[in-house]
Write a protein that binds this ligand. Structure first.
Ligand SMILES: NC(=O)c1ccc[n+]([C@@H]2O[C@H](COP(=O)([O-])OP(=O)(O)OC[C@H]3O[C@@H](n4cnc5c(N)ncnc54)[C@H](O)[C@@H]3O)[C@@H](O)[C@H]2O)c1
Length: 315
């Protein structure tokens, strides 16, 4: 049975990926540093149910620490890597760009080096729709240029993709970069709008709405993203960059009203200026994902928010 290393495996997307891989019978080696970007208790909860599984091993390790990573590779014969560990979030990257550069660029380079040395058969890299920045052409296609990046976070993701490309060109590694579009669902990050709004509306606390409510995000439900990641882990070869989105942007004001309906309370809205770094819209062209991965997102926003709020209320 193949062993898959999942970095960031205790996080939102990573923990779901580990669950799915274990369900499919893979050995899973999780690496996560359980940092305090948000409460590490949440990350412990995300993985607790797997700790007794003999096919699962979790290391508390920092991907910046090459030596520690190399030790993990010496203990396990890693066939494939799904690299999701990162500092995520656009706005904090403007406040503290250095930690983003360290984790997202140096950390990615460490893993690519270890992939090369250990003859890893496949490397899947979690990139982001934010690399499209303020591009005007919609939907965003993988062929579009990336000259309108407006945050250090997005810049580090583009850098990660370029490191992946160079490792493919130099060493012929099979590498797929997946550009995720606003992922939401159970275990969702507490710093992201779906969780923040649900929590505040539920507690009758005012929410800050940035801009006039007409900005839009291509919200993508977690199970669809996981399907795309697992499929990329199996199906692609060579070097590919592939969007994983819902291809159905939802305006912020509509998004808030869907949450209001599911929570059963009206939001108290405080309008604020759009913060620096936030893009007006994200919108994925998913034709390439369909062609290469047979990726077809299934969960519409109304159903996804319903499931998310159910999880928020019942755990
Ligand atoms: N959630 C989204 O909407 C979204 C959108 C686009 C891209 N992404 C990317 O997907 C990946 C997963 O995102 P997520 O939403 O699950 O975030 P998350 O913060 O829940 O998960 C990331 C995990 O990586 C770990 N980590 C961070 N720095 C580390 C380090 N130096 N060493 C080891 N572990 C470290 C964190 O502790 C965390 O558990 C990230 O690469 C993110 O940039 C997410």
């Amino acid at each position: 049975m193949q062993s898959i290393l999942v970095t960031g495996g205790a996080g939102f997307i990573g923990s779901h990926v580990c669950d799915k891989l274990l369900f499919e019978g893979f050995n899973v080696v999780c690496v996560d540093n359980f940092n305090k970007y948000y409460d590490p208790k949440i990350k412990n909860n995300n993985i607790r149910h797997n700790l007794k599984n003999k096919n699962y091993k979790c290391y508390k390790a920092d991907i910046i620490n090459y030596k520690k990573l190399a030790k993990i590779f010496s203990k396990h014969s890693i066939d494939k890597i799904i690299h999701l560990a990162a500092r995520a979030g656009v706005r904090p990257s403007i406040k503290n760009p250095f930690i983003y550069e360290e984790t997202n660029v140096k950390g990615t380079l460490n893993l690519l080096e270890l992939a090369r040395i250990n003859n890893v058969k496949k490397f899947v890299f979690g990139s982001s729709s934010s690399v499209y920045g303020t591009n005007k052409k919609k939907p965003f296609s993988e062929k579009d240029s990336l000259n309108n990046i407006i945050s250090p976070y997005a810049a580090t993701k583009k850098m990660g993709e370029e490191l992946c490309r160079s490792y493919h060109n130099l060493y012929n590694l099979n590498i797929t970069c997946l550009r995720f579009f606003t992922v939401y669902g159970p275990r969702g990050r507490p710093d992201m709008a779906p969780y923040k709004f649900t929590n505040l509306i539920n507690n009758s606390v005012p929410i800050e709405m940035y801009g006039d409510g007409n900005s839009a995000r291509d919200y993508t439900y977690i199970s669809d993203i996981v399907e795309g990641i697992i499929s990329a882990n199996k199906k692609t070869s060579g070097f590919e960059i592939i969007n994983l989105g819902d291809s159905n942007p939802v305006k912020l004001k509509k998004f808030i009203s869907i949450i209001e309906k599911e929570v059963g309370k009206k939001a108290i809205i405080k309008q604020r200026e759009m913060p620096k770094g936030d893009v007006p819209i994200t919108y994925a062209d998913i034709k390439k994902a369909d062609k290469l991965l047979k990726y077809k997102p299934k969960i519409k926003i109304e159903e996804g928010i319903k499931r998310f709020v159910e999880w928020y209320k019942n755990g």
